[in-house]
Design a protein around this ligand. Structure first.
Ligand SMILES: [Zn+2]
Length: 355
């Protein structure tokens, strides 16, 4: 009975509201949620690292990096202008750094989604490292762009680790493997590692030193670093930049039939990235025991894009940035999460002024 009464009060108040509207009373002004009144504020997040000796670590690191940039003719890295975070150190003692950009004014009704971008997994592929610093300089410019363009970055977060394996890069002769002679991209703790990694290395690759997967899965700090980034930021997609295989490779949920909506959107993004890079070759490269594509894409269902630049030639850095910046931007902007409705193309019409 009590419920019936409440119900009738509810209905009569509804009809009263209706009557007010028909009688020409001005309807109450709809309150816009606070977040939408403000433009996207896409900013570098403060690092949680403040301890003095750690600050010194990163100063030394940036100095070393700056020297290498000079040697390769890449101009200033601006490494010292970035708020780096790090928890781990490489075997030779360099901090394993990453930086975070995020929308400081997100829509609370939607999740924050993360794109993880990594370079320098193989230290002898030097130009991809410069490429990640170009990504960083673009991210720093976004907040200076027009509000309509910035809207593309609503609820977005981007994590960049520009040099996953500093020991291999800072050597006099940069190497594919890390300081302990391990290929980081064969060392991820994938399910097939114990059974296949060393066996394949011995039989298919003739114990090629450049592809040694390590004595144990996940034994290397640089591998643990990437695993922690994935665990801590739960990225909706990953972009890893290598060279020189001249292709765009994808691992993860495949398409609408087998990969659901995320797979559907991811394959559309793959095509979009290729198109933005003047029809860059898409190739379905196999994944390996202990590779990122296997660990993140295949086993965890995180869309993982591997961009293999055409060469490691340090002199071609500008050309590569020009060719692939649109693809990287699309990868950051395009939403793959199912919480964001059907796949569509991002509004990037006025992006061209960006570096
Ligand atoms: Zn590589």
């Amino acid at each position: 009975m009590k419920y019936l009464l409440l119900l009738s009060i509810f209905f009569s108040s509804c009809s009263f509201q209706k009557a007010k509207e028909t009688l020409g009373f001005a309807p109450a002004v709809e309150q816009k949620p606070a977040w939408i009144k403000k433009d996207v504020k896409f900013v570098m997040q403060n690092s949680d690292v403040q301890v003095a000796d750690q600050q010194k670590d990163v100063r030394d690191y940036c100095q070393k990096l700056e020297q290498s940039f000079e040697r390769y003719g890449w101009g200033k890295s601006e490494c010292d202008k970035v708020k780096w975070s790090w928890q781990l150190h490489s075997h030779d003692g360099d901090p394993l750094i990453y930086a975070i950009w995020a929308d400081n004014n997100p829509n609370p009704e939607k999740p924050i989604t993360t794109t993880l971008i990594m370079c320098g997994v193989h230290g002898d592929e030097i130009t991809p490292i410069k490429f990640c610093f170009d990504v960083i300089s673009m991210l720093r410019d976004i907040d200076k762009s027009k509000p309509e363009f910035r809207e593309n970055f609503r609820n977005k977060r981007v994590v960049v680790a520009p040099l996953v394996s500093p020991d291999s890069y800072f050597k006099r002769y940069p190497s594919r493997t890390n300081a302990r002679g391990v290929d980081i991209n064969r060392n991820f703790p994938t399910k097939d590692w114990t059974k296949d990694a060393l066996r394949l290395w011995a039989h298919r690759y003739g114990k090629d030193k450049r592809r040694y997967p390590g004595a144990k899965a996940g034994s290397e700090t640089e591998t643990q670093f990437q695993v922690e980034l994935i665990d801590n930021f739960t990225p909706g997609k990953i972009v890893s930049v290598h060279s020189p295989l001249t292709m765009l490779d994808y691992d993860g949920p495949e398409d609408f039939q087998t990969g659901g909506e995320v797979g559907n959107k991811a394959s559309q993004l793959l095509i979009q990235m290729s198109r933005k890079a003047s029809g860059y070759r898409i190739k379905n490269y196999p994944f390996f025991p202990g590779s990122l594509g296997n660990y993140a894409g295949n086993e965890r269902g995180i869309p993982t894009f591997t961009l293999e630049l055409p060469s490691s030639d340090n002199r071609r850095h500008k050309e590569y940035w020009k060719q692939f910046k649109g693809a990287i931007r699309a990868a950051i902007i395009q939403e793959l999460s199912v919480d964001y409705g059907v796949a569509g193309e991002a509004n990037t019409s006025d992006e061209e002024h960006l570096n």
